[in-house]
Design a protein around this ligand. Structure first.
Ligand SMILES: [Zn+2]
Ligand SMILES: [Zn+2]
Length: 103
C-alpha cells in the first residue's frame, strides 16, 4: 500500500504509475524485476608478443644467465633424432635473452 507523499491519501496504480486521486500526484511504480546490467566482457585477450616469436611457451622459473631474472618462457625443440631429448629453448621474460638447455 502506497500513500501519497503530498497529501497522504491512498495511491492507486494505473498505467504503470501510482496515482493519487486526491491531488493528482503520480509516481512511478517500483520495478520488482531485478535486472542485471549486463556488462560487456571484452573477449580480447591480452596477448603478449615477445619479440617476433609468437610461439611462446609456458613460464618457468629459470634464471637468465644474462640478467639474472628468474622467470623465463620455454619451448621444446625436437631434434632430428627421436632418440634425443628435445632441446629446451628459454627466453628471459625481462631481457628477452634466449638460451638452450639440454636434459
Ligand atoms: Zn495526493
Ligand atoms: Zn634476462
Amino acid at each position: 500500500m502506497e500513500f501519497c507523499p503530498k497529501c497522504g491519501a491512498m495511491m492507486l496504480p494505473s498505467d504503470g504509475v501510482l496515482k493519487c486521486n486526491t491531488c493528482g500526484y503520480s509516481d512511478k511504480l517500483e520495478d520488482n524485476n531485478e535486472y542485471e546490467v549486463s556488462r560487456e566482457i571484452k573477449a580480447e585477450e591480452t596477448v603478449k608478443m615477445l619479440g617476433e616469436d609468437v610461439n611462446v611457451g609456458p613460464e618457468t622459473n629459470e634464471t637468465c644467465p644474462e640478467c639474472g631474472h628468474d622467470k623465463a618462457t620455454y619451448k621444446l625443440l625436437q631434434t632430428r633424432s627421436a632418440d634425443e631429448a628435445p632441446t629446451r629453448i628459454f627466453t628471459c621474460t625481462k631481457c628477452k635473452h634466449t638460451w638452450r638447455a639440454y636434459d
